[in-house]
Design a protein around this ligand. Sequence first.
Ligand SMILES: [Zn+2]
Length: 125
Amino acid sequence: MKANYLKLHLALSIVFFPFLLSAQESAETDSSDSIAITILIVFIIVCAIISGIYNFFKKRRCPHCKRRFCLVEVDRKSLGVVRTRQIKNPDGTYRTERDIRYQITKQCRHCGGQVTFKEVCRASD
Ligand SMILES: [Zn+2]
């Protein structure tokens, strides 16, 4: 879920980027407006990077003893396929790509505390 939050941030930045650029073009006569839009674009990108770094560390931190990079995966349970799609290979054949939701349990190497979360992973065959 936290990785999805990051993806949402990045997707929003990418979706609004062309819109902001076109707004910047039309406002070229007013330089203070284009500066404000440039600052807004930089602000959105910086926010996306900061939330990405924050999530990266938060996801790898033990919630019990607060140590970082100590969680080891001990269990992974499939909760079913979320989405299926056909992808065309360069040679003309098709392969199936599936987004599978997992319930993942990780255990801390230091205190033995467990944390369980859900994550969507992509698999193709
Ligand atoms: Zn711990």
